[in-house]
Design a protein around this ligand. Sequence first.
Ligand SMILES: CC(C)(COP(=O)(O)OP(=O)(O)OC[C@H]1O[C@@H](n2cnc3c(N)ncnc32)[C@H](O)[C@@H]1OP(=O)(O)O)[C@@H](O)C(=O)NCCC(=O)NCCS
Length: 129
Amino acid sequence: MIAGTGIDLVDVGRLKKIIAKWGGRFTGRFFSQHEIDYCQKRAVPAIHYAARFAAKESFLKSLGIGLGMGVNLKDIEVMNDQQGKPDLILHDEAQRLLSERGIQKVHLSLTHTSDAAVAVVILESQRDR
Ligand SMILES: CC(C)(COP(=O)(O)OP(=O)(O)OC[C@H]1O[C@@H](n2cnc3c(N)ncnc32)[C@H](O)[C@@H]1OP(=O)(O)O)[C@@H](O)C(=O)NCCC(=O)NCCS
């Protein structure tokens, strides 16, 4: 059954400004090295950082929590498979919350233009909460 959904939209221009101002201090704080490597290889890294930031916030929303509520954004990691399909890899507190709630599977979809990036997360469980 569906145990939660989350959606988020991030303005690419806003992320561009933050990255221009803070550079690695920003990306290193919120993104894993794998995510940084993926984004930096793209023509416009900010688009892909924005999509990943949206994915992290969408995941928090799917759990009914928000920023600063115990989950480190770096522990919500986006990984693309060989076809480009994105998946969420959860670590530490993010993974603990999933186990506590009996979530079996996390679904993620991303889309972006040069202006905005959107992520949708769906949580799936085998039992009623
Ligand atoms: C999947 C696809 C429809 C995306 O369409 P699009 O309109 O160009 O791109 P969007 O802005 O809507 O979405 C881009 C996001 O789609 C996701 N995506 C890419 N390939 C995907 C796939 N096979 N399945 C699901 N999601 C995919 C990625 O998360 C990507 O963002 P990211 O690179 O920042 O992670 C298109 O890329 C496609 O047809 N791919 C076929 C597979 C392919 O060509 N792979 C090439 C690499 S081997």
